[in-house]
Design a protein around this ligand. Structure first.
Ligand code: OGA
Ligand code: FE
Length: 285
């Protein structure tokens, strides 16, 4: 049975809320974060962030128009047969193939490679349970011009050069584990309201490699959206990289405190899956 967005939208969904987002304080910095003990005298993280209050609009009114190649995000519906999203083996065995199919259908890709997932729950993260992490309350994008293709070379070394000849993208697939989300939802910025200059390189140091993400600098043009009361069948797709510069390449996103949350709201629980998405040769090119 398919469920439509109209059935899922609750009558109490606000049309926008004013939320506080953490942005990089200015563009003239090059933040570096260590995921291990830095060398003596080197700070574990650099980069200063500042809070900005912004309107965050309901995406429900424009769900049908959303496009990964324009806004950089989209919402679709899919049920899952996963019984326990905190069981990483079950997620890999049952959910990864579901996501692969979903992303292939949604985008027209020829190959989708699911390579990673995170579960998020603040109380579980605090108790160090289930490998859960907290929501990320900083505006960011997961990959950069450099780290997008680097991920393909790291994960699929034998096929990488052949695969990278055609268009490729990184798409995150974000869903609530329990719905509706009542607390710390995920906000996404319409990529059409952003310029490349808003994205600032942020190096992530790992023991064996350097990763790169983008931090995001404030720009009053930014237009933010979220899915109020997001249900567990409602999947948010986020474009985190695209090799094709004619389309949206990156999408800023951030968790935020929703001022319309009920006082007894259950803490948000979510799972996000990262996918490498490969397209057929562009015959028009
Ligand atoms: C993501 C992400 C943060 C959150 O899915 O890429 O940054 O709080 N999620 O869910
Ligand atoms: Fe992210």
């Amino acid at each position: 049975m398919t469920t439509t967005h109209a059935e899922l939208a609750t009558p109490t969904s606000p049309d926008h809320v004013d939320g506080v987002l953490n942005y990089l304080a200015d563009k003239d910095q090059h933040p570096v974060s260590y995921n291990f003990k830095p060398p003596p005298g080197v700070p574990a993280r650099t980069g200063t962030y500042a809070k900005f209050m912004v309107p965050i609009h309901s995406a429900r009114a424009i769900m049908g128009e959303l496009s990964l190649d324009r806004q950089g995000f989209a919402v679709t519906c899919q049920n899952s047969s996963v019984a326990n999203f905190y069981d990483a083996d079950e997620v890999r065995r049952v959910y990864y193939p579901e996501v692969e199919w979903l992303v292939r259908e949604f985008t027209g890709a020829v190959k989708v490679h699911v390579f990673d997932h995170n579960v998020r729950s603040r109380p579980m993260a605090k108790r160090r349970e289930n490998g859960a992490q907290e929501p990320v309350k900083v505006a960011h994008n997961d990959y950069t011009l450099k780290s997008g293709p680097q991920r393909v070379r790291d994960l699929l070394p034998d096929e990488a050069e052949a695969l990278l000849k055609n268009r490729f993208a990184v798409i995150n697939v974000w869903r609530p584990i329990r719905g509706p989300v009542q607390e710390s939802p995920l906000a996404v910025c319409d990529a059409q309201s952003m310029v490349q200059d808003d994205f600032v390189k942020h190096v992530l140091k790992y023991p064996d490699r350097d990763g790169e993400v983008y931090s995001v600098a404030y720009n009053p043009n930014h237009r933010w959206f979220y899915v109020p009361n997001q249900q567990k069948e409602e999947i948010l797709l986020l474009k985190c990289y695209d090799s094709d510069g004619r389309r949206t390449r990156f999408t800023a996103h951030s968790a935020f405190e929703d001022p319309s949350s009920p006082p007894d709201a259950a803490p948000r629980e979510s799972v996000e899956v990262r996918t490498l998405v490969f397209f057929p040769p562009d015959i028009a090119a």
